[in-house]
Design a protein. Structure first.
Length: 216
């Protein structure tokens, strides 16, 4: 345990970087995923097709390839993403938004169709129906799965270590390389810090899921 204690500042620096990646990427993914979910249930066919294509491509593409696309393919088309931390935010946000979209869409589909029909009957537009009637009811059932998506996002930040972003895993690897005889302990320290994020989030998801079930 001396190794972890001696390198605690490095672990904490990587841990804070992982938290920042998770927070920024999660916020963007939640906003983008909600928009994509709205597009998928939109009466406008081109919007539905665009959202379906985006979601299916991203959901079935490894996150590593998303990073490679941003760094090596996008510049060939004149798109120059910022390097380092913000490249990771863009990649993680784009990838996670596809899963957020599916979670939100499942919540929308769980709302009885009669609610939307009643809203349209009193003259509400599609946007008003979605924003005032459907989404508020859908949110209750999608919060637990969304937390699970964010837990997966926190773990996916480790991919950024392979692209020059010094987050938790990258910090652990540096410590392991500097102490080869205790490399397993160094990586165990990384696992402990990930558990600090994922276990409380998992417990929160369980509590919310029970509350939703009770409310129903």
């Amino acid at each position: 345990m001396d190794l972890i204690a001696d390198n605690l500042p490095a672990y904490l620096s990587g841990f804070l970087s992982t938290l920042r990646l998770t927070a920024y990427s999660g916020a963007i993914a939640l906003a983008l995923g909600t928009v994509l979910a709205a597009m998928r249930v939109s009466p406008v066919a081109p919007l539905r097709a665009l959202a379906v294509t985006y979601v299916e491509v991203l959901r079935n593409t490894p996150l590593t390839l998303v990073f490679f696309f941003l760094l090596f393919v996008a510049p060939q088309f004149g798109v120059l993403p910022p390097l380092g931390f913000w490249t990771a935010v863009i990649a993680l946000s784009a990838y996670t938004s596809a899963f957020v979209s599916e979670a939100v869409r499942s919540g929308i589909n769980a709302v009885p169709i009669g609610q939307a029909e009643a809203a349209r009957a009193i003259g509400l537009t599609f946007g008003q129906t979605l924003g005032l009637v459907v989404l508020p009811q859908a949110v209750r059932s999608v919060v637990p799965p969304l937390i699970n998506v964010l837990i997966a996002l926190a773990k996916n930040t480790s991919v950024a270590a392979g692209f020059a972003v010094v987050e938790l895993l990258a910090s652990g690897r540096r410590i392991a390389l500097a102490n080869p005889s205790e490399s397993m302990l160094a990586l165990a320290g990384v696992a402990v810090f990930y558990l600090v994020i994922t276990i409380p989030a998992g417990l929160l998801a369980g509590v919310l899921e029970r509350k939703v079930a009770f409310a129903r």
